[in-house]
Design a protein around this ligand. Structure first.
Ligand code: ZN
Ligand code: ZN
Length: 443
């Protein structure tokens, strides 16, 4: 159904019905017979044919209308553009086509002063969100407003797209927004509305996934809202007890993505996926322990761990990491060329938790040779003729336990981080698709 098409508005007019039904031939005939027909709007919400094509994902008709030089930013009664309607309904091909046709991503509607980016976050259409964000890199928006300002654009109530995604329980959108510079600790701020951080809103909505995502990006558990409450209090008040357990300031600190390290921001997609996955896995282990302590059954993603375990070990045609002796060496430190697993790499980077007061935290050193790390790359894999036997022979021996004892090596800091050595090749359901693909490509 068309979100944003006002309820019960009947498309009596033949043109609008034809557009809604995707009857390209009929629309073409009607427009040929009377080109002015395109100026018609629906009686109540003043939708144009372009709005309707966008809302119903009728890409062919949408293209026809745009080719007939229909204004891509035509407004309905609520000053919504066709791009907003396509976004609300998750019609990605229409979103892309409208952006190609020059649709303005910086238009505000008159309902809540929201942009298409707010709508993408609200309805959780992460593909549309990504398309809009990538348009913001090139569009005049980047030049006039600045990209980061656009990603943190506020609606009439002072909510950024990140606030909206947190309140609407959209973890995937949260992840994309944070990876693109959304401010994790911004408070909603508009006159007359209480100020909350995204973490407060996630605590309120009770989405464990959103809470997890925000914490992993450095959201502060001790930040207070305009009423002086921390997110934990909000979660308790709403009886979201699992969220509250993670938000409890006395629970173990989560690992935070080391976004301030220069080489982390310069990671290629492949290496980034490996590290992101390691972060999720490490935090899942921590979460498991916290929830167990609070006697909650673990959330669904954890239950599928066992099934994925085998599949993953088969793809690891790599040397074992010399720090944990558990995981395969998937990353290579540059310039020295030493290799280790993603979990150990992450532990190394997160050990010095980025301090918000310093912009350039000290880069960690390679644990093998103590040289500074300037770059992380995915470890190259030797391809052999007989791939199958190679995979079988080099299957990781999971029974082999870490044998370095605490304090006996220079890796004390790593073992102090706890669960890294114990995490198997668990998949968390968050990044598996990207990760598996990335790994496959390198074979
Ligand atoms: Zn390791
Ligand atoms: Zn080294």
């Amino acid at each position: 159904m068309g979100q944003g098409l006002s309820c019960g508005e009947r498309l009596e007019n033949g043109l609008f019905r034809a557009v809604q039904n995707g009857d390209l031939e009929l629309v073409e005939t009607m427009v040929k017979a009377d080109p002015t027909i395109l100026q018609q709007t629906t009686p109540r919400s003043r939708m144009s044919a372009l709005h309707i094509a966008a809302a119903y994902g009728q890409i062919e008709i949408l293209s026809l209308l745009l080719d007939r030089s229909m204004n891509p930013d035509v407004l309905n009664r609520n000053k919504q553009t066709p791009l907003m309607l396509a976004t609300m309904n998750g019609k990605i091909s229409c979103v892309q086509r409208l952006i190609e046709a020059g649709a303005n991503i910086l238009m505000f509607d008159s309902l809540n002063r929201r942009t298409c980016l707010h709508y993408a976050a609200y309805y959780g259409h992460s593909d549309c969100l990504e398309a809009i964000i990538s348009a913001a890199h090139s569009a005049p928006v980047a030049a006039t407003w600045g990209f980061i300002r656009y990603v943190n654009i506020r609606d009439g109530r002072g909510a950024t797209p990140l606030h909206i995604a947190a309140r609407r329980r959209q973890p995937q959108c949260i992840q994309i927004l944070l990876a693109n510079g959304a401010l994790v600790c911004a408070l909603t701020c508009a006159y007359g509305y209480p100020g909350s951080s995204p973490l407060h809103l996630a605590a309120r909505s009770g989405s464990l996934e959103c809470v997890r995502e925000l914490l992993a990006w450095g959201a502060e558990r001790l930040q207070v809202d305009s009423a002086g409450r921390i997110p934990y209090t909000v979660a308790m008040k709403r009886k979201n007890r699992a969220c509250a357990a993670l938000l409890n300031p006395s629970a173990a600190e989560p690992l935070v993505w080391p976004s301030k390290l220069k080489f982390i921001n310069e990671l290629n997609q492949e290496a980034k996926a490996l590290l992101e996955r390691a972060l999720v896995e490490a935090n899942m282990e921590r979460e498991k322990a916290i929830l167990k302590e609070n006697s909650y059954s673990p959330p669904c993603p954890l239950q599928s761990d066992a099934d994925l375990d085998d599949a993953e070990s088969e793809e690891c045609d790599l040397e074992l990491c010399c720090i944990c002796f558990e995981q395969a060496c998937t990353l290579e430190v540059h310039p020295c060329g030493h290799q280790m697993c993603a979990h150990c790499t992450l532990a190394l980077c997160c050990y010095k938790k980025p301090n918000s007061s310093s912009n350039c935290p000290t880069a960690p050193l390679c644990p093998f040779c103590r040289s500074s790390i300037t770059q992380l790359l995915v470890a190259r894999i030797k391809v052999t003729d007989n791939a199958e036997s190679e995979i079988n022979s080099s299957k990781l021996r999971r029974s082999r336990k870490s044998n370095f004892s605490e304090g006996s090596s220079s890796f004390k800091s790593l073992s102090a981080l706890g669960s890294f050595g114990k995490i198997g090749g668990h998949s968390t359901g968050r990044f598996p698709v990207e990760c598996d693909e990335e790994v496959d490509k390198s074979f």
